[in-house]
Structures are given as C-alpha cells and as structure tokens.
Design a protein around this ligand. Sequence first.
Ligand code: AHR
Length: 659
Amino acid sequence: MKITRTMIKRILFFAAAGLAMAVQAQVDITIDTKNLGPKISPTHYGIFFEDINHAADGGLYAELIQNRSFEDDEAVPVHWTAVHNQKSQASIELTAEEPMNGAQRKSLRVIVTEAGGRNMAGVSNEGYWGIHVVKGREYKLSFWAKSDKKYKGTLKALLRTEDIISNLGEVDIPVKLDSKWKKYTATIKATGNDPKAVFDLITNTPGVFQLDVVSLFPPTFKGRENGMRPDLAHMLADMHPKFMRFPGGCFVEGQGSPENAFRWERTIGPIEERPGHKNVNWGYRTTDGMGFHEYLQLAEDLGAKPLYVVNVGIWHGGYTPLDSLQEWVDECMNALEYANGDVTTTYGALRAKNGHPEPFNIEYLEIGNENYNFFIDNNKDQSIDYPKRYKIFYDCIKAKYPDMHCIGNVESWATDNPSWRNEYPVEMVDEHYYRNPQWFAAHFNKYDTYDRSKYKVYVGEYAVTSECGKVGNLNAALGEAVYMMGMENNSDVVTLNSYAPIFVNENNVAWSPDMIRFNSERCMGTPSYYVQKLFPNNIGTRVVKTEWNYKLPESSEHSSMMKGVFASTTLDETTNELIIKVVNTGWGPTDGTINLRNGQAASATLERLSSADGNDENTMEESEKIVPRKGEIHMAQQGSMLLFEVPSYSVNIIRAKLK
Ligand code: AHR
C-alpha cells in the first residue's frame, strides 16, 4: 500500500490524540463555517400521532379499564367477567335497557344472586392486557350505576393479581341505587406491585344493578384529568417536537361508514357523553377519551404546534358527494373555532367550559389524508374529486383564517415523485414514504433539485418499513437519518417532517415498525426513535456548507445495503455552535477528520448511536442496547481539526463550540 502524505498526517494526529490508528476507511469532512446555506425551518421536527396499534386507547391515553362503556361488542361484555367464589354467585350481561344518555347505548347488568360476609361477587376487568399497579400510586376510580329494584350495599373496588392470591389495594364505596343513573368516585391506593393486575367491583349484598363508564386512571402526565400515561408522554416530550399532527392517518378517514371516522364534536366534553366509534381501519373500537381537546392539550403540554388533519368527506370505501360537502366543511370550521375562537364564540365558549379559556391556536391544517392518489386511484374512492374538495375547504378556511397554513395531499403511493397536479393554490404538500433503508439513504439529495418556486413540502409520514428486522433495527434508523440530513439541508423547501407511526402496544400490532413499543408496564424506543430524538435536539439555525471525501482501504469489503458515509452541518447562530452529523451506513470502521475552514473550535463533544451490526435491535428485555452514548473526540491544530472514530453502523452528532 502506498503511504500518502495525508495518511502520515493522520497517523501523527491519531498518535498525538492517543488513538490507535488502524489502516481503515477514512472520511475527511470539510466545513466552511462562513459558507452558510438555507435557514433551518423552525418546524423541524414534529410528531405524527394516530390511534393505531392501541396508540391511544390502551396506550398513551391513560385509561386502565378496557371496554369501560360496554360498547366494544354488540353481544358480549368483552374484557369483563363475572367474579365469585364457591360460596357466592354472580352473572353479567349487556343490556340496552335504560341507557344513561344518548351516547351510551349499552350498559352492564350485574346480577349477584348469592353473597354475604367475606363471600363477595361481582364483576372483573382485565384492563389492556393487564393493569399496571405500583405500590403507593393512587388510582382514580369513577363509575355510573343504577338499579331498577333499589339496591343498597357496599361495592368494593379492588386491584388484585390475576391468580387472586394478592390484594393490591381496595376501597369501599357505599351505594344507594335507584332507577336514576348516579356517578360515584373513589381512590384506590396501591399496596403492592403487579404489571398485569385485574380490577374487581364486588359486593356481599345480593341484588341487581347496572354499571356504565367504569373508569380507572393512574397519575397522568402533568397531572391532567383524563390525561396521558406519563412514561409514554415523556418519550414524546424528550423529542421536543415542534408540532404534533393528529388524529392520523387513516384514522381521520375511517372505514366503511362516515360514522367510523374521527368526528371531533363527538370527542369532547365529559367522557360519559362521548359515544366512541369503531376504529375499523386498525381493528378496535376507540373510546374517543383521547379526543379533540385532549389532542390540543397534549400538543400544548409538549410545546408543539397542533397540526390538525380534517376529513374532506371521504372514508375508506365511500364518500359524501361534492354537492353535499357542506356538513364536512362546517365540521372543520367548527373545529377551528373550538381551537382558535375567543370565548365569545360558540365553540370558543365550549372550549372554555371544557377548561381551556385561552385559544389553542391551530396554525397548520391538512385538508384530507392521502386523498389524492393520482396514479392508482385518481377520481375513484379515496381520491374522488380531491382537488375540488380541497378548493372548497381552502377558500372557506382562508376567508376566516388568512394566516392558516393549509396543506394539500399529493400521491402517497406508487411514485417517488409526488406532485400537486391541479391549478388550485397550495402552500405546502404532504409527502409520504414507506420504503427500505437503501431507498432512504439513496435519496439524501432528493430535495436538492426541488423547484423552490412552487410550494413547500411537509414529509408527513416516513419510515423504513421493510428489511428492518422484527420491530425496527439500526439499519432502518441509519437510512432514515441520512434522509433527514437531506431534509435539513433543504430546509428552505422541506419545512416540516414527522416519522410515522409512533406507538405500538406489543399485544396488538396492526402496523410495524413503530418507533415506541410498549406494554402495560414498560416502553422502549427503537433505534429510529433515538434518531428522532437526537435530530430535533441537535439542530442549528442555518445549514453550513459541508463536503466530504470518503476513502475505503484497498482491501476493504463491506456488507452494508446502503452506500457509504454521509455528513451534514448546521450552525446554531445563538450559541455559535456547529452541529455536525455523520452517519456511517455500515461501510466498516472509519476514521473521521473534520477540517474547519474560517473558524476554530473551542470545544467539541460527540454523541453516538451505534451497534456492532445494522441488524441489531432493541427489545423490551434489552431496551438500552442501542441508545445514544457519549463518544470521544479530539481537537488538533488549534481547534481547526477534529478527530474521531466513525464506527461501521453509527449516527454521530458532534457539537463544536466556535471560538
Ligand atoms: O402510518 C400508518 C398509515 O400509513 C397512516 O394511517 C396512513 O396515512 C398511511 O397510509
């Protein structure tokens, strides 16, 4: 092998820095600190929330009782069972008789035929694949009850292990029931631990009574009533999302009937007044307990701008004809008034009544979800009359909210080059990409040549969905990271982006991969999650010109499915820090050198996400196998040179404070 001057220089630097210098691949990155590119969009990066895979019910929405309103099944009270011992007896049945209000069609009739003293009987709920009980935690219970024949007794609310061996906390609730529905509340303080506990409501007084909207909440994120599960909400908060898109996704559209779509007005107010709906797209019924108000509240709690996606009168399998579209337009305008109107407006007043007098201020609104599939579906089913629908909504929204950022749909499937194929005005379009890791890495430069004069791009859904292991491996994260660097570089055209979907309850997987996996007790991030967390926490205000030269040793072999090493830089003008991202997609261990032009670093840090193999994944058992870790970086030549390792499969974030 010929030893070049550069190699000698590198050997000397690595020796001075005390690093072993193997003859291996090398990347020389040159950053001209004075050559600044586009401003970084203040809306990089955001999150996409959809109730898919039990992301809301049985997930982020902290409710612990599954089928709390007894509406999940027409015939059987699923997730509920009668509970008794050898000396007591009870049975349960669904009933449509005397519902508590128009929203609740069914309730549960509990028939306790035999009970007394310590022999109790009643009903039991299994939660969402178990109820997570933690000693010392307080669980807030509420339920509604009535009895046709008058019932006086004490109901015991109990958390216990599934095998009935351990009592994990209980509370007695004296009740006096008659034909009027009455609400009861109580708190259970847990006395033990169990990730898969069950909930009982039992009595030693025989009789018949009806129950509805039986709800149990653990402490919630920021202590909100009807709020979010703290560990999952913290995973989102740690990402510092700049915006939050909701409520989907296909969840916006629904399937089979407009009744199965997200209809925001049915999702606000007291939980007992929310009918819920069939989430046919993803295979379960949703309570809509996480409703329009809760989405807006969550966005506010996360410090994210709300991005609401409205239905344009299209659901999977059907649509409202164009000449009857007004009801959908009204629904959208009412939603905007609820979120943005002052308290003197009808819906603004309703928001105040629901506990939030200040407007939530929706600034971003997407008109439809995936409703313009020009190549595979143009003017059929899911795309029927999309441009005309868009225009009707757009005109109406802009007339009242001229500053609203309206987002249009473009093709989400069957093309790598979606575009706005109609004459109507559009500021921003929503592109979706679900591809393999190679595709993402190969499209690092995708936006370099986009026409800047037309419209901005919101990459609203993207993720590696094939060749990515069981639940999402490091290769997936590497491919996405490269693509994200390309989006950052083109921040003048790609102004928003969000990975999709976020959550999956490991007990009910409809879509995989997802970046946060959880069960009743625990959660873990995939490597993609950590990239989605690293990037928003490490982004400056301007793109900085970055060039690199990647050299493989002559004898090198690599097994990566993606190509090479990638680098990009932003400058945080407020802190005068360079933030350099270097991704090695699996092309062997590499020595990295950063040469700064027109500037010197006063200090430098390195954070790295990596593992020995691109196929490596996190699991619930080993959830921190691939997480960001501090790495070593060395300065040379008075801070105009930085030396570091670039392991074969790695995302490296270097922060260099300039002198
Ligand atoms: O993110 C999962 C689904 O993918 C979304 O619901 C839909 O918009 C897309 O097709």
